[in-house]
Design a protein around this ligand. Structure first.
Ligand SMILES: Cc1ncc(COP(=O)(O)O)c(C=O)c1O
Length: 410
């Protein structure tokens, strides 16, 4: 049966993550699960916090009439009020329940936002390397993905964003803490970006929405803080979830929150609620709204991710693999050795080592290590390793990393 061209193209674009997933199944069957070190998926391996599990049990045992019924498309008022309190604390703006829509994960929030603000052919700016699914989400909304470079150390480069803005720019998505680099954008970078967007709005007559994708906000290290963003720019909206901070990605609970100072806010809120419905989500899962509204202050035990970060960094250091030291999230973005050599030889940008990432990911796979080539994040020459995996996986992988690098050098 034929399938739509856009879906076929998206299958091809996403094929490296899928190939690695399939390679993992094949490798586990062939080598045994203990000989396969899977760093490919950002699936938290920590159990959800006790507060969430207790709240979930309490919610599940409620016999209140209508607990499992349809509700207003935006979600339960008490869940939205809880999210408004959270966003007000994190972003320094006076959000209320009226500014919030409960969503099916951050992915649902992003799709709802883009469907609501993007006209066919409008542009959506992302910063590379970027979360691989953005291209599909922009496509779903009939938009065009426009890519801005980050600085060489993967920090936000507001001037690079300024260079790609146009009168067709509907939105700019920033993701901090970042997947795949682990970068956290400081307040100075956010202020500079806000100034760029405000200048563009004044000159073009169209203010792009600033979409703040932050499911990793609570997963940060070394005392780094994620600064507020909504307080810096009025036409802004947060997309977030509890997938990573409460380790419940399979439960699909997220939210979006609009800046109370956003222009045409009432119309925007009505549009967002309608998009939540007609995209087929209808409303976010009822049981999860109840459980999370009662437990959202709980956090993942970040010290355990910190230990994994230290363990995997030590393995990479020993193997001689260069990486960006993550300030947050749970990914290590590593330079493929051939790309590093090419960069040293030519002095070119780190992003020019096309297909070195695929070769490196394949060489690692041959020794049982699963990673994702950077091409999937719009950044060839680098690979992503997720360290939300058991410590035994990291310990077990050491020899495979050393042997792979030995083979490269040899
Ligand atoms: C940057 C980023 N945004 C959004 C999402 C989607 O998160 P959710 O599982 O809450 O839909 C992810 C998931 O990995 C992500 O890494």
């Amino acid at each position: 049966m034929p399938i739509a061209k856009a879906v076929r193209a998206s299958l091809e674009r996403g094929s490296w993550i899928r190939k690695m997933f399939e390679a993992g199944i094949e490798l586990k069957a062939r080598l045994g699960p203990d000989a396969v070190y899977d760093f490919s998926l950002g699936n938290p391996d920590l159990e959800p916090p006790a507060e969430f599990l207790a709240a979930l049990k309490a919610a599940a045992s409620s016999d209140e009439l209508g607990s499992h019924a349809y509700m207003t498309n935006s979600g339960y008022p008490f869940a939205r009020a809880a999210m408004a309190e959270k966003v007000a604390l994190e972003h320094g703006v006076p959000t209320t329940a009226d500014d919030v829509v409960m969503t099916v994960g951050a992915a649902g929030a992003l799709n709802v936002i883009l469907r609501t603000v993007v006209n066919p052919g409008d542009e959506v700016v992302v910063v590379r390397p970027y979360f691989a699914e953005y291209s599909a989400y922009v496509d779903n909304a009939g938009g065009v993905l426009v890519v801005a470079d980050s600085a060489p150390d993967f920090s936000l480069d507001p001037d690079a964003v300024a260079r790609v803005l146009s009168p067709r720019t509907a939105a700019v998505i920033v993701n901090s803490p970042n997947n795949p680099t682990g970068r956290v954008y400081p307040a100075s970078a956010i202020a500079a970006l806000a100034a760029v967007l405000s200048r563009h709005a004044a000159a073009s007559g169209r203010a792009p929405y600033l979409v703040v994708d932050e499911p990793y906000r609570d997963i940060v290290y070394d005392g780094v803080a994620v600064p507020p963003v909504l307080s810096a720019y009025p036409d802004s909206v947060v997309a977030s979830s509890f997938s990573k901070t409460l380790s419940i990605p399979g439960e699909r609970l997220g939210y979006l929150a609009v800046n109370p100072a956003c222009s045409d806010k009432a119309l925007l809120m009505a549009g967002l609620a309608a998009s939540n419905r007609v995209l087929g989500f209808v409303n976010a899962p009822a049981l999860m709204q109840r459980a999370v509204a009662a437990s959202w202050r709980a956090k993942a035990d970040v010290s355990r991710y910190e230990r994994r970060r230290a363990m995997l960094s030590a393995v990479l250091d020993e193997a001689g693999i260069r990486y960006a030291r993550p300030e947050g999230a749970f990914y290590l973005f590593c330079e493929a050795p051939a790309a590093a050599a090419a960069r040293a030889a030519t002095g070119e940008s780190a992003a020019t080592g096309e297909s070195a990432d695929v070769a490196f990911a394949m060489a690692l796979k041959d020794r049982g290590v699963l990673s994702v080539p950077g091409v999937g994040f719009g950044y060839p020459g680098w690979i992503r390793l997720c360290y939300c995996v058991p410590e035994a996986t990291i310990e077990g992988s050491r020899k495979a990393f050393l042997d792979t690098m030995e083979a490269y050098r040899g």
